[in-house]
Structures are given as structure tokens and as C-alpha cells.
Design a protein around this ligand. Structure first.
Ligand code: FES
Length: 147
């Protein structure tokens, strides 16, 4: 009888554990970035992932949907310099070797264009008034390991 009682409590604990701590699907997690209303069209918000990767997040449309925003790595894929957004030219520019990228992150001139190296793009999601970025488990798990 004692064994049956232990088994019953064990089963109940397992069910409660799955309810309280559901399995998290592997892959992308969504991290809060900013209020949608705080981003103005034509300006880029500098942001860092938990692992320290630099990202530029910009509003490219006037609406309130995910398609009205873009998130691109700020690290040039050529040799790793930091690119900056130049709103007057509507482009990302890398000062190290004059690399130029379109507002969508496509390399259009300089060494990155010659090598076909576009800026890395991140997934975004608008949920009501809030903007989230999608990061892989690796990008989150490496946080604190680079300090
Ligand atoms: S590091 Fe950006 S163009 Fe060379």
C-alpha cells in the first residue's frame, strides 16, 4: 500500500510539474525591444542582444505591423567594423572600407558588395504597442560568457 501511495503522489507531482514548467520549444525566443510609438521613421535605434551583438532597429513604414520595422546587425560582414545608418542618404555605411548597404541590409558597394555579404537580419514581431526581436537560444545562452 505504501508503494501505491508513493506512485500516486509521484504521478501527481509529474503532472503538476509539466503544468507549472511547460517544455519550452527549441529555437527562437522573443525579447522586448521598445514601444512601437517610440520609433520614428528614418531613425535607427541602437540595441544590444543579451550576448552583446549590436543591432540597429528602424521603422521603415508608417503602419503598426511587423513589416513596418527592420532589425539589422550593426557589424559589417566584411571585417567586423560597426556600420551606422545615414538617414540623409537612406543607407547603412561602414567607414572602414566605404561599404554601403541599402536600408534593407543588402550590400550595394564596397568590399561587402564585391563579396556578396549582406548585413544579418533579425526577425521582429509587433504585439500591440510593443516590439519584440527574435533571438536564437545560442544568442541568448552566450549572454554573460563574453564578459
Ligand atoms: S569592415 Fe566594413 S567595409 Fe570593410
Amino acid at each position: 500500500m505504501g508503494g501505491a501511495l508513493v506512485a500516486a503522489y509521484g504521478s501527481a507531482a509529474a503532472v503538476a510539474g509539466r503544468y507549472l514548467f511547460p517544455a519550452r520549444p527549441a529555437g527562437k525566443r522573443w525579447i522586448y525591444v521598445a514601444q512601437v510609438a517610440s520609433l520614428q521613421r528614418g531613425h535607427a535605434l541602437p540595441w544590444r542582444t543579451p550576448s552583446g551583438e549590436r543591432v540597429s532597429i528602424a521603422r521603415v513604414g508608417d503602419g503598426q505591423s511587423t513589416d513596418d520595422f527592420i532589425a539589422l546587425s550593426s557589424t559589417c560582414p566584411h571585417l567586423g567594423c560597426q556600420v551606422r545608418y545615414e538617414s540623409q542618404h537612406a543607407r547603412f555605411f561602414c567607414p572602414c572600407h566605404n561599404g554601403v548597404f541599402s536600408p534593407e541590409g543588402k550590400a550595394v558597394s564596397g568590399p561587402p558588395a564585391e563579396a556578396g555579404q549582406d548585413l544579418v537580419r533579425y526577425a521582429l514581431r509587433v504585439d500591440g504597442p510593443l516590439l519584440y526581436i527574435g533571438l536564437s537560444e545560442r544568442q541568448i545562452a552566450s549572454a554573460g560568457q563574453e564578459a
